[in-house]
Design a protein around this ligand. Structure first.
Ligand code: NG6
Ligand code: CA
Length: 510
């Protein structure tokens, strides 16, 4: 009942006439809706036929749907780092998939998307997944947590620290754990269990979801996680309510800040593991929890857009929709993602997936929507999430520039199709180079297919060169037939990337 009345709150405001605001009188609001592990082929507007995504499709069909839009990395933390800072993640060694205990990886002196907007008079907020580290090391979760999002430009933050599969499994409201009981302090250890505490490994009888690889440490709500946690019982989140909870916070944020320019980074947890749809979404897709949480996320987007509409904000708000990296089915739990997939193709026509240097790792759904400002259409321009900082700066009236972030505002608004000439892609510390229609992957040692997630990583003893215009699925390596193209690509790549690009570590998933 409480929830329902809250959801009606924005509508009531409109009904009372208090939400009326003149359009165009001030700087536009910016909202980034960011999915976690949603693939290029997971959205009906991008060709999915086995799953319905009406609300994502609404954005795509009434906005600009990019077919060559990239995240900066095939994993989460590096992608988010690049989007927020406009800096390539491979420039900084520590920017990789982070443990739940990692310190903040964004230097507080760096320019960021929210910081830039704050300087332009915006109120800035984040709701959802953070996964960019917190504190400065040896964090005490029972004290005020800092530095974090609030120290890199967000006026408001309501987050989970890392991922749904990592401890601590609590929400953090502007740096303070929500619902913390001082008599039941939280203890976190990434490597070592606390004496007497059950684990996924030793106590399978306590599990409601089984682990496949990794994810066998502390058990929260019957789900085994990565890392060990003790205490904080009352503060622990409810997995099945997480989507509704973040939705409420996002709705609350835009409602409170409707009368000033605002930036909201609404970072969903779906369809990352563990996939825990609310019971009202269980079974709706027949595809198991992975499909069901996509349906759940889609519903949340619909509710959220309805709120914006009720607040009369749509004509003064740029909405960007994208995903942090490509899709994965089995990412460490037995949850029927593989078994119930049917004919669905999470990566669409693309090769690879999450963790991969092949296209499906980083080419993601990418949509811009702005009622009345962006003409509906499809754009094939090459763009990256890394370009949002400089482009949105242009929109907000800021003259800041970030080295790796290209100002492509007209492309994002559909006024131009001249995107980037080239883009460096990253996957677990390895890099590849896209230029025009061409994609070059340097030789990398290491496994070709990661057997846990069953994804081709893009490693090969030889250079790979693909022409994506003719060969979107990357089946023909054209190195032999196009030696000149290869040399040209290599040369430019080394100029941009430096020569150390072949030194990497093995991807460890277990
Ligand atoms: C991996 C996890 C995987 C996921 C990923 C991060 C194991 C075995 N695998 O290490 O489940 O959490 O990290 O995903 O622990 S991301 O989308 O946040 O980058
Ligand atoms: Ca992710």
């Amino acid at each position: 009942m409480k929830k329902l009345s809250f959801l009606l709150f924005p509508l009531l405001l409109t009904a009372c006439g208090t939400a009326e605001k003149p359009v165009d009188q001030e700087k536009p609001n910016i909202i980034v809706i960011y999915m976690d592990d949603l693939g290029y082929g997971d959205v009906a507007a991008y060709g999915a036929t086995e799953i319905k995504t009406p609300n994502m499709d609404f954005l795509a069909n009434n906005g600009l749907r990019f077919t060559n839009g990239y995240s900066s990395s095939a994993t989460c933390s590096p992608s988010r780092y690049a989007m927020l800072t406009g800096t390539y993640p491979w420039r900084e060694k520590g920017v990789r998939i982070l443990p739940g205990t990692a310190p903040l990886v964004i230097d507080t002196s760096m320019m960021t998307l929210p910081k830039m907007l704050k300087e332009q008079g915006y109120h800035t907020g984040i709701v959802g997944k953070w996964h960019l580290g917190l504190g400065a090391g040896q964090l005490d979760w029972n004290q005020h947590i800092s530095p974090g999002p609030n120290e890199v430009g967000f006026d408001y933050s309501y987050i989970m620290a890392a991922t749904q599969d990592r401890v601590p499994t609590v929400y953090i409201d502007n740096g303070d754990v929500v619902g913390l009981d001082p008599n039941d302090p939280i203890e976190i250890n990434w490597k070592k269990n606390f004496e007497g505490e059950p684990t996924g490994k030793d106590n399978p009888e306590l599990l409601t979801m089984n682990w496949h690889h990794g994810h066998n440490s502390s058990i929260v709500n019957g789900i085994p996680r990565i890392g060990f946690m003790k205490g904080g019982e009352k503060a622990k989140w409810s997995d099945i309510d997480m989507a509704d909870h973040f939705l409420e916070k996002a709705q609350e944020y835009v409602t409170i800040h409707r009368d000033e320019p605002f930036f909201l980074y609404y970072a969903f947890q779906q369809p990352h593991v563990p996939r825990t749809p609310h019971p009202r979404f269980v079974g709706v897709t027949g595809m198991g929890p992975r499909g069901d949480v996509i349906a759940e996320a889609d519903w949340c987007i619909g509710e959220f857009m309805d709120t914006l509409e009720a607040l009369n904000l749509l004509e003064n708000t740029l909405v960007v929709f994208s995903s942090d990296n490509g899709p994965v089915l089995n990412d460490g739990y037995y949850d029927d993602a593989v078994e119930k997939l049917g004919d669905h193709l999470p990566a669409g026509p693309l090769r690879g997936g999450k963790y991969s240097l092949f296209e499906a790792g980083t080419r993601v759904p990418f949509i811009t929507y702005w009622k009345g400002k962006i003409q509906p259409g499809v754009s094939d321009a090459l763009i990256g999430q890394i370009d949002l900082l400089s482009s949105i700066a242009q929109l907000a009236g800021s003259d800041i520039t970030a080295a790796d972030s290209k100002e492509l505002l007209d492309v994002f608004l559909g006024k131009s199709t001249e995107g980037r000439e080239s883009l460096i892609l990253e996957a677990t510390s390895r890099t590849a180079f896209r230029k025009g229609d061409w994609l070059m992957i340097p030789p990398y040692k290491g496994q070709k297919v990661n057997k846990f997630v069953n994804i081709e990583l893009g490693n090969s003893a030889k250079y790979q060169l693909y022409n994506l215009a003719d060969d979107l699925s990357q089946t023909n390596n054209l190195v032999e037939s196009n030696p000149e193209k290869l040399e040209e690509m290599k040369e430019e790549f080394i100029t941009l990337r430096g020569s150390g690009f072949q030194e990497t570590e093995e991807l460890v998933l277990k």
